[in-house]
Design a protein around this ligand. Structure first.
Ligand SMILES: CSC[C@H]1O[C@@H](n2cnc3c(O)ncnc32)[C@H](O)[C@@H]1O
Ligand SMILES: [Zn+2]
Length: 443
């Protein structure tokens, strides 16, 4: 029988930040990769002698880190970047975004997702959680680009198309869950409690239960959402979801800005995973999540950008900086959310939030080789100090030099290897013209 040859790569002369439980670091370390998996992390003297690499990547002047995880986005919304600014969420959605989304065609989502994937990869994101329509197109973009993603069909109902949306989520799971070399997973995506009624939320829960996957939802994003839930159900959004048994399934909850102490206790009790999206929450004027309180309670928090329409960037590095600074600012306490905690949220906690910590989030033998190399020789990394501090407080997207997902190099020396950016720009302009008219300024 023929054995398939497994490619071996060695990243050497690199400052390795593992983000594992021991927080191991190797200032002059190396990482051995066999196929899609990390085989060794540590000092090169201890690298098993039998490891003979096919390829060597020189990491001199760079940090090696687990790839960043974007725990909440809508990648095909890249079309709307810069379109509707400086208005609150509910007006932004109802008056600006939803009418234009009605003009999208399925194939648009491939190119729009590809644009977002390119942007994410170029800022060190190796995995993302997405909720949107036309998800099979996003899945194709994930497959072709080589990135990793957890995809959910955004679900709203009841209305004339709500059953079809559920069927699409089921089909997405049938066709894509575990596919693309294991880089795609599927969740069920009820949009929010203000767009899904109780019966429809239960249909979503049933589907997630049948498929054995979790639910991805927007939760407690604005004060309006909470006030309306109190009026309609006599409960906060979190209390309401608990009352219908929603949290008996694994849940990834985006935003969680407006929470009571009791809400936080409920989230903790049910191990709800939180996607903290500080920049989108600031730009839409939604508020600032009480992340330090969530962390004190032992709730797991990852970082999300939300879409390029409300952020307007898909940089998890930027979210990391904002998360660390906002925590200090709103608590009037500089000890809150130290740099290391922010980096954990961007990596290992993000991986946990999207249900993938068994394979990604840290650099350890046996984990998937999702690795980024970040240049740390520019002026803003000098003088030498703790590189994590430099990364969180002065790091820039453009410092990301190399991106590896599942053992495959997606970007080398800032050149994408799987995405033809010029083609993506061309296709996105074509879509913009059709959907938004010549100028793109449809305001
Ligand atoms: C039904 S597909 C997903 C749906 O979500 C909308 N959306 C984008 N950003 C947000 C946000 O911050 N809060 C709530 N909903 C959001 C998007 O436009 C799609 O319609
Ligand atoms: Zn969102």
């Amino acid at each position: 029988m023929l054995r398939r040859y497994v490619m071996k790569a060695l990243i050497r002369n690199v400052y390795v930040i593992t983000m594992d439980d021991q927080d191991n670091r190797y200032p002059d370390g190396c990482i051995a990769v066999e196929g899609d998996t990390i085989a060794y992390v540590g000092d090169e003297e201890r690298l098993p002698a039998g490891f003979v690499p096919d390829e060597i990547l020189d990491g001199c002047g760079m940090l090696a880190l687990p790839g960043f995880v974007n725990t909440h986005t809508h990648s095909a919304m890249s079309l709307f970047r810069g379109y509707a600014n400086d208005i609150p969420l509910m007006d932004w959605l109802a008056q600006k975004i939803w009418p234009l989304e009605d003009r999208l065609q399925p194939q648009d989502a491939y190119w729009l997702s590809m644009l977002s994937i390119a942007e994410m990869a170029m800022s060190g994101v190796t995995a993302f959680a997405d909720m949107y329509m036309f998800m099979d197109q996003t899945a194709k973009a994930v497959e072709h680009s080589g990135i990793r993603a957890v995809l959910a069909r955004g679900l709203q109902g009841p209305d004339a198309r709500s059953e079809q949306r559920l069927a699409e989520n089921r089909r997405l799971w049938e066709e894509w869950h575990g596919r693309a070399g294991g880089r795609i997973r599927v969740m069920v995506g009820p949009h929010a409690i203000y767009t899904c009624d109780g019966d429809y939320l239960k249909r979503c829960m049933d589907l997630a239960g049948q498929l054995g996957v979790g639910l991805h939802i927007h939760l407690a994003e604005t004060r309006t959402e909470v006030e309306e839930a109190l009026k309609k159900h006599g409960k906060t959004p979190v209390e309401y979801l608990e009352s219908i048994g929603f949290f008996n399934l694994p849940v990834l909850a985006a935003h969680c800005v407006h929470l009571t102490q009791r809400d936080m206790d409920i989230l903790k009790e049910h191990d709800v995973q939180v996607a903290h999206c500080p920049v989108s929450n600031l730009k839409l004027g939604s508020g600032i999540a009480q992340v330090s309180r969530l962390l004190e309670k032992g709730i797991n928090v990852g970082l999300g950008t939300d879409s390029a329409a409300s952020n307007n960037s898909l940089s998890v590095m930027r979210e990391m900086t904002f998360a660390a600074l906002l925590g200090k600012g709103i608590n009037e306490d500089p000890t809150v959310i130290p740099a290391k905690q922010a980096l954990k949220m961007a990596t290992v906690c993000g991986a946990k939030a999207i249900g993938w910590s068994h394979e990604i989030g840290s650099l350890e033998p046996g984990k998937k080789a999702d690795i980024i190399l970040v240049r740390c020789d520019a002026p803003h990394y000098h003088p030498a100090a703790d590189p994590v501090t430099h990364l969180v407080y002065s790091g820039r997207d453009a410092d990301v030099d190399t991106v590896i997902v599942n053992g495959k190099v997606l970007m080398r020396k800032r050149q994408l290897t799987t995405i033809d950016l010029e083609r993506v720009y061309h296709e996105v302009e074509r879509i913009r013209h059709r959907v938004m008219g010549g100028t793109g300024d449809a305001r």
